[in-house]
Design a protein around this ligand. Structure first.
Ligand code: ADP
Length: 528
């Protein structure tokens, strides 16, 4: 079976053979010189296009030439014809030659491209190796950092470890500074690398640090003064979104900090933040446990102290009454005082528990702070007849919206403290006044005063000033409870005091403003 494709090919080749013979004829016997050679060249190109080889053309040529040679008259004519046919053939071959040259050139080009490709491949392999070794060094560095950071949960030790970690792999010098998140400043050097080396100037450090802290992002500071360094890298350390410290690294090599080195330093910074935060939490937890333990032993002691005299007094009274003797009512009064003291201690403890659990309930009503203070004064005047207890009620009654029992507790506590921390013969002054849109209650004494540096702390739980002595029944809870109550009324409490001269405590509460309607008044009374 003959394929149609092959048939087409054969007729194409036959047409070519005919065209070749005709053109050769024109050239040899028809006298076409220039045009004959052009035709030969065109035939060569056609042969290439038809995928014919040099041998095929030679065969076609030989066959065509044979028919012309046979028609030649003599040997000389035959020779001349053969020679000219050779010209025609080589012109035809010229097309092959040109294509061949082009092919050779292309091959040479390809060779060049190949070589370039091979070189690039080698470079890529080198780069890959370099990247792999850098990645390996990076993870080894971070693994070592992790190992050393987890070795201790001590805050100061962790700071020292961080400062030493980066040297010399990442930096020639490293420091950790602590930042006060409240002021976003007040930077304090906490640790620096122990390896000896040049230390950057403080101005450069401060400028870089404050920028890094403000932007919460790392920052490179160029240090012109320091040769052989690639500048100072400042990395803020964050905990719960706040900058609490910063890491400063003085780069070792020439050139600038590159992206990979900055990235590694930032990763170190992240791990350092976590380690420091963990150490801080542990320290806080330990401190809380310590305070609690101290408090427990203090509380049990304070609760125990009144019980012994109470027991003795009651035993004696019981024995006397069994023997038919009369018992002095003063004994019972003394016993009652002890019981009240115990009740008040237990109440304070309960209140602190409620405050911490957020369960100290307030029942609001509109009341006169002036009248309330007056009542408290009257109660104390009865119990402490010997002490001058003065009251200045101001020009107008101060109306506030508050919890009567809790505000009474505040005033009582302040007056009790004033009496407790001042001498018998000195007066205690109580006053209530209206100042602008506030009601101000003041309790002044001429007692021992409070050291300036401790005036803030006295409102903290369990805190007792250094000069308070060991007055019985004191747990350092009263002012903590007072502050919570006052603040939950939208007010404030503060102290002015001088050691040896006396103290003045001021409670400021928002003045109650008469609402526009009766409905609003009812609402104000009922609102929490
Ligand atoms: P405490 O039960 O110890 O009095 P507080 O919380 O009421 O507890 O007071 C805390 C500390 O504040 C006291 O221990 C004392 O050091 C100091 N303080 C309070 N009021 C006065 C005052 N009027 N004069 C001097 N110091 C005072």
């Amino acid at each position: 079976v003959e394929l149609p494709l092959a048939a087409a090919r054969r007729s194409e080749v036959a047409a070519f053979i005919r065209r070749y013979a005709a053109s050769l004829g024109d050239f040899l016997v028809g006298g076409a010189r220039e045009s004959g050679l052009e035709a030969a060249y065109a035939l060569g190109r056609l042969a290439i296009a038809m995928n014919m080889g040099v041998i095929d053309i030679s065969a076609v040529h030989g066959q065509a030439l044979l028919s012309f040679v046979q028609s030649a008259g003599d040997v000389d004519a035959c020779e001349e014809m053969t020679q000219r046919a050779g010209e025609f053939f080589s012109e035809c071959m010229a097309a092959f030659e040109i294509v061949h040259r082009g092919y050779r050139e292309t091959c040479a080009e390809l060779g060049k491209v190949n070589r370039a490709l091979r070189e690039r491949a080698a470079e890529l392999a080198d780069a890959k190796e370099l990247i792999e070794s850098l990645a390996k060094a990076r993870s080894a560095f971070l693994a070592e950092a992790g190992r050393r950071l987890s070795a201790s949960l001590d805050f100061d030790q962790t700071l020292r470890t961080i400062a030493d970690l980066a040297v010399p792999e990442l930096a020639q010098w490293c420091a950790v500074d602590l930042v006060d998140p409240k002021t976003a400043g007040a930077i304090r050097r906490a640790a620096q690398s122990s390896a000896p080396g040049e230390v950057p100037l403080q101005e450069a450090l401060s400028a870089g640090l404050s920028a890094a802290v403000a932007e919460k992002a790392s920052r490179v500071v160029e240090l012109e003064a320091m040769r052989g360094s690639r500048g100072l890298l400042c990395i803020p350390l964050l905990a719960r979104g706040e900058v609490f410290a910063a890491l400063e690294l003085l780069g070792a090599e020439g050139g600038a900090w590159d992206a990979a080195a900055i990235d590694l330093a930032e990763e170190l910074g992240r791990r350092a933040s976590i380690a420091l935060e963990n150490a801080r939490l542990l320290r806080e937890a330990q401190e809380a446990v310590r305070v609690r333990e101290e408090f427990l032993s203090l509380a049990s002691h304070e609760l125990r102290t009144p019980l012994t005299p109470l027991l003795i007094r009651l035993s004696i009274a019981a024995r006397r009454s069994r023997g038919g003797e009369a018992v002095d009512p003063a004994v019972f009064e003394a016993c009652l005082r002890q019981v009240h003291r115990l009740i008040s201690l237990v109440n304070d403890l309960l209140d602190v528990g409620r405050i911490q659990a957020g369960k100290l309930e307030l029942h609001f009503e509109v009341l006169s702070l002036t009248a309330l203070a007056e009542e408290v004064r009257a109660t104390f005047a009865g119990a402490y007849a010997a002490r001058p207890l003065r009251f200045d009620r101001g020009r107008e009654p101060a109306l506030v919206r508050g919890d009567r029992a809790r505000l009474e507790q505040v005033v009582t506590n302040l007056v009790e403290n004033a009496l407790k921390y001042s001498a018998e013969e000195t007066p205690v002054d109580l006053s209530v006044s209206v100042e602008g849109r506030s009601a101000v209650l003041a309790v002044r004494d001429q007692g021992i005063g409070i050291p300036r540096e401790q005036q803030k702390q006295i409102f903290e739980r369990f805190f007792r000033a250094a000069n308070a002595g060991s007055a019985g029944g004191s747990l350092g809870l009263g002012l903590f409870i007072c502050r919570d109550i006052v603040e939950r009324h939208g007010g404030a409490i503060r102290v002015e005091s001088q050691v040896g001269r006396g103290s003045a405590f001021f409670v400021t509460l928002p003045l109650w403003a008469e609402p526009a309607s009766a409905g609003a008044l009812a609402e104000a009374r009922n609102a929490p």
